[in-house]
Design a protein around this ligand. Sequence first.
Ligand SMILES: [Zn+2]
Length: 137
Amino acid sequence: MKCQQCEKPATFHITELTGPQPQELHLCESCAKTYLLQNEGGPPAVAPTLANVLAKQLKLGQAAEELANRMIGIFTRDASGRRPVYGERVKFQEDPHWRDLILFHEYFHAETGEGLGASHQTGWTGLVATLIDEWRR
Ligand SMILES: [Zn+2]
């Protein structure tokens, strides 16, 4: 697919949801940057937020690192020595017999990172071990 503005290949596919009908745009990187910068100063709506996100788009490796760091950060101790995964559970935060035993919960609180649901998942949550292996060696 070619860019709607020039003849280069379209690598950005943007769906604008600000009007009555969704509007699809297929742009090359250069035209997408121009488009996004033009729309950054518009009225507050969904589009400027999307434009900001896309304009500050991370390179794939940076995005992977950011996601890995956020996932790993759920399980590692913060500056105060607390692991977000254990929330307010004193036994797991402070007891020397329990505090280094990491549980892999079913899902996590979106704001705090506290582990919720089943606590002995070996499914997707356990994949953080792979992230630690890849990003912390
Ligand atoms: Zn273009």
